[in-house]
Design a protein around this ligand. Structure first.
Ligand code: GLV
Ligand code: MN
Ligand code: MN
Length: 419
């Protein structure tokens, strides 16, 4: 007999989950405690192998699609029904920590393993996904795997992506053993009945409010842009100041315009960052003739993001005109915010109440693969606190108690969605 999920005695194996998180953290391009696993790097490939083995340990058989998304399904008693999904990513930006994404992958395996131990038998299948390249490091575009799954990027655009060394997605994925056509990555309609992603908050609110669980109602919409500036180089001693066309200084003005526009948009949710800024030739005694910037601009609401973008563009055009520098300003992505599914949110909230865990509805300011899963499935996310809200840095930390609570909420929520 299948017990109702409220009768289930879910026991998360905290020690085992912590051990697996710590083991995966050692698979990194940089020495501990730094975690760096850039898409299709040697560390990412070993991380993927770790995920396959973790799936097998949870009693699930992994399969992979053409872009390297890894799926592990517990087949329900009615396999024809849409599945309940969960998952996140294990790639990590340079100089990252061990919890971002990983908690949502290894936590979901543990949630399913705990449900098995509790004797639960799902009607709908339950599926864990490790999404390829949630982080934009290699191709400048985040959520590559989930974006393709949701059909939110054309195959042509994905095939046109190049990394800094000029390598294409096809070249890298095939070398990593991900065969098949990119067209096949797109999920058939109605594949997921619902999707719930577990993640660290990556912000300070839960910790400050002493809340063990956050339930995500909205994910801010990210956008990013690449700006290439062409000026004129020359000898740093011989080219006099009035005749310079310094590409770096035009870039510096643009970077300051990003800050100004984000701060004055009228919305506290607008954030703007120039996280990439390269100049050529990069020699102390040479005027920079070329600059390359990547701008990340986000907001929970599109109107304030659009206003900030218009201001940045106009300031950039003005700076370039004054300095005699030419500019190519290209959009990489401009994704709308995602809205969480009320029914799924209410189920997760009820689970928290029954487990005696206080919960808070919140906005995710970071993006996640759920941004794209929300386009093809009712979706929400379960957040847990992290120390000082730190993320994308080696000091990122979440207690195993909070992680285990998050995994328990995930297990119960998936169980309720699966009956
Ligand atoms: C994801 O890592 C993001 O940049 O929000
Ligand atoms: Mn991240
Ligand atoms: Mn993440």
């Amino acid at each position: 007999m299948t017990p109702a999920s409220s009768d289930l005695k879910i026991e998360i194996d905290s020690a085992g989950l912590k051990r697996r998180i710590d083991e995966l953290a050692l698979i990194s391009e940089a020495p501990a405690p730094v975690v760096t696993r850039v898409l299709f790097s040697e560390a990412d490939l070993r991380g993927r192998q770790y995920v396959r083995e973790a799936a097998l340990s949870a009693g699930l058989t992994p399969r992979e699609d053409a872009v390297g998304n890894i799926f592990a399904r517990w087949v329900g008693s009615e396999p024809g029904l849409a599945a309940v999904g969960s998952g996140s990513h294990t790639d990590a930006i340079p100089n990252a920590g061990r919890y971002d994404g990983v908690v949502g992958v290894l936590g979901a395996f543990e949630a399913l393993a705990a449900l098995k131990r509790a004797g639960f038998r799902p009607r709908r299948s339950l599926e864990v996904v490790m999404f390829t390249a949630e982080e934009p490091t290699r191709f400048g575009l985040g959520c590559l795997g989930s974006r393709l799954m949701a059909g939110s990027i054309s195959v042509e655009k994905a095939q046109a992506l190049r990394d800094r060394e000029g390598r294409s997605l096809d070249e890298l994925r095939l070398a990593a053993g991900c065969t098949g056509s990119l067209e096949s990555v797109r999920l058939p309609g109605g594949y997921y009945h619902s999707f719930v992603e577990l993640h660290i908050e990556q912000g300070p609110i839960l910790e400050q409010r002493k809340m063990p669980i956050g339930i995500v109602e909205r994910i801010a919409g990210p956008s990013s842009y690449r700006v290439t500036l062409q000026g004129e180089g020359g000898h740093a001693g011989a080219v006099l100041m009035p005749v310079r066309h310094d590409a770096m200084l035009a870039g510096a003005e643009i970077a300051l315009a990003v800050e100004r526009a984000a701060r004055s948009s009228g919305s506290p949710d607008t954030v703007g960052t120039v996280g990439v800024f390269r100049i050529e030739p990069g020699a102390v005694n040479s005027v920079p003739f070329k600059a390359y910037l990547e701008i990340d601009l986000r907001d929970a609401h599109l109107d304030s993001r659009s206003k900030a973008l218009a201001e940045i563009r106009s300031a950039a055009e003005d700076a370039c005109a004054r300095r005699g520098v030419t500019m190519d300003f290209e959009e990489i992505n401009a994704d709308p915010p995602a809205v969480g599914d009320q029914k799924t949110i209410e189920i997760a909230e009820r689970v928290c109440a029954e487990l005696g865990l206080r919960s808070l509805r919140m906005v995710s300011r970071a993006y996640h693969d759920s941004l794209f899963m929300a386009r093809v499935s009712p979706t929400t996310m379960i957040f847990i606190p992290c120390l000082n809200g730190w993320s994308h840095r080696p000091e990122e930390f979440a207690t195993i108690e909070h992680i285990a609570s998050g995994a328990a909420v995930l297990a119960h929520t998936m169980a309720r969605l699966a009956v």
